[in-house]
Design a binder for this molecule. Structure first.
Ligand code: PMP
Length: 414
């Protein structure tokens, strides 16, 4: 292994003797196709590596994680997790319908619904599964699903699982959504969107999407993954900020793993939605319940948000500062980020890799996104703001962004 990339032996022995038949040759070494694909990804600059981080500190300034409120090492969350383990054990011990619903899970179901202003809640073991669970259980052959082109991969996969006809609409295009709703043959429809898009950090037109959904008798499913804890009053999310969180035709999905610095996910909405998921969501029924430690940490994070309602505003402020530094260097970004995600669009995958390496040399850890995570030509750095990011750290970032701009010929300050 080097840097997390698995080295393959070029001379792996065939598992069966190939003979002369070309089909038999292909079948003789089932890993040969994978090695050839990996070589192609290498040539295109699309190979991915894992970089394990140290326990306490790797000395780098974190602009890559989704720990938007800086709570991941907060002693209050650690105490919540430890108390949960002592009381309920190290594992959930079963699916939520059997032994995996502790008092903490039931409390978290209720507290998440109350916090976001929705009717009822159901905790899943990840945000990914919350999306699979919601869209697959609420979809079906008599339900049209309409999904924004840049929705998160978990929504894309959820659409595939839904057994629905799926219409993919251009990014943030309410007119296209309305047209698909009006022209549908199916009696039912779901409109599905990220609240804050995970790479570009822009926000969906939620109020307009809700008007369209309501006018055509559809449910609106909003993924609050990057909005919960960051957007809206006290971090109650984008649907709450748009005034639609408690509407009966709105369903929220979320993750506990970003601003809440824990792990897990949830679906929130009308009691009928939650009842349907309990009875029919395969991602809920056949998965082990959320680890009690994660439930305890998430509940503690909700307590912190109640005690410090200005934390989300600080994360948003740092995001605006990062965007201003990026634009001030001559690099392309979202001008006025509403959440904590700030892209630095560089175009070619090599440019994004070069920029990421330059950041690392300057003591900054940043996300680097290349196809297929982003469309071709949109490779970028993904910088994430943290409420605890200080002036000295922002100054280091400003210096690195200037260097990136100069080295890619985009600098405003030559
Ligand atoms: N939705 C969005 C928009 C996300 O960015 C993510 C995580 N990257 C998820 C869902 C999945 O959440 P989790 O990591 O809790 O599975």
């Amino acid at each position: 292994m080097t840097g997390g990339t698995i080295e393959h032996s070029a001379a792996a022995a065939p598992l069966i003797h190939p003979g002369a038949d070309p089909l038999a040759r292909l079948r003789a070494d089932p890993l040969a196709r994978l090695r050839a694909d990996a070589r192609r990804r290498d040539a295109d600059g699309l190979r991915r590596t894992l970089s394990p981080r140290g326990g306490d500190h790797d000395g780098l300034i974190d602009l890559a994680s989704n720990d938007y409120l800086g709570l991941c090492r907060d002693p209050r969350l650690a105490a919540g997790a430890v108390a949960a383990v002592r009381e309920y054990g190290t594992g959930a011990t079963g699916s939520r319908l059997v032994t995996g619903t502790t008092d903490l899970h039931a409390e978290l179901d209720r507290r998440l619904a109350a916090f976001t202003g929705t009717g009822a809640g159901l905790v899943f073991s990840s945000g990914y599964l919350a999306n699979l669970g919601a869209v697959a259980a609420l979809g079906g052959p008599d339900v049209l699903v309409i999904s924004d082109r840049t929705n998160h991969a978990s929504i894309v996969d959820a659409c595939r699982l839904s057994r629905s006809r799926v219409v993919i609409t251009p990014h943030r295009d309410v007119t296209a959504v309305e047209r698909a709703l009006a022209e549908r043959g199916e009696p039912h429809a779901l409109v599905v969107t990220d609240a804050v898009f995970s790479v570009d950090g822009d926000v969906a037109p939620l109020a307009a999407l809700h008007r369209a959904a309501r006018a055509h008798g559809a449910l609106l499913v909003i993924d609050e993954a990057h909005a919960l804890g960051v957007v809206g009053d006290g971090g109650r999310g984008a649907a709450h900020a748009a005034g639609i969180a408690g509407e009966p035709d709105v369903v929220l999905t979320l993750t506990l793993s970003k601003a809440l610095a824990s792990q897990g996910g949830a679906v929130l909405g009308a009691p009928e939605v939650v009842e349907t998921l309990v009875d029919a969501s395969r991602a809920f029924i056949f998965d082990t319940g959320l680890n009690p430690a994660a439930a305890g940490a998430a509940l503690a994070a909700l307590d912190v948000l109640a005690a410090e309602p200005d934390l989300p505003g600080r994360a948003r402020d740092r995001a605006r500062r990062i965007a201003a530094l990026t634009a001030g260097s001559g690099l392309t970004t979202t001008p006025d980020p509403a959440a904590a995600v700030v892209p630095v669009v560089l175009g070619a995958p090599e440019d994004a890799l070069h920029a990421r390496d330059l950041c690392r040399k300057n003591g900054l850890k940043v996300g680097c996104f290349r196809p297929p995570s982003v469309p071709a030509g949109r490779s970028c750095l993904r910088l994430t703001a943290r409420a605890t990011l200080d002036e000295a750290e922002l100054t280091v970032l400003g210096g690195a962004l200037e260097m990136i701009a100069r080295s890619t010929g985009r600098s405003l300050h030559t």
